[in-house]
Design a protein around this ligand. Sequence first.
Ligand SMILES: C[S@@+](CC[C@H](N)C(=O)[O-])C[C@H]1O[C@@H](n2cnc3c(N)ncnc32)[C@H](O)[C@@H]1O
Length: 135
Amino acid sequence: MGAIYLGIPKSLAIFIRQKFNVSSFVETGTYYADTALWASGLFDEVHTIELSNTLYKTVVEKYGNVPNIKFFNGSSQIVLNDLFRGGLPISLFWLDAHYSGDETSGDELSCPLIDASTFAHTTHIRSSARTLKNQ
Ligand SMILES: C[S@@+](CC[C@H](N)C(=O)[O-])C[C@H]1O[C@@H](n2cnc3c(N)ncnc32)[C@H](O)[C@@H]1O
């Protein structure tokens, strides 16, 4: 049946970080920033995107002083695109944005993952391939 995790599979993330020297972590769906905070101890830079303005303000107030976490407020589809355009190092993507009831946002878009993964495939992989080609 495969492995089922309720959160990020940490041992796999640690393996990817070490094996491929991936220095950057990108997360969609910050929620209460538990994963972003954990990732900040492992990766050089963490980018995390949250649609809910209330959740965003809560986590920035609490963890805005963590130097290697950049918090973004907006929809993952738009902010990911901006991040790609700005230039990201090779990154591990944790695409976890979805409506989860209660105070979370996104109930009008049932699967933001579709757009996010489309961008990840088309834009980032293409630009990474170009970077490699130019070396
Ligand atoms: C399951 S929680 C994320 C948990 C978090 N990644 C963690 O590992 O602790 C999903 C979050 O995605 C947010 N969300 C929903 N749609 C979104 C979108 N289109 N862009 C960014 N965040 C979104 C929700 O408000 C919610 O906080």
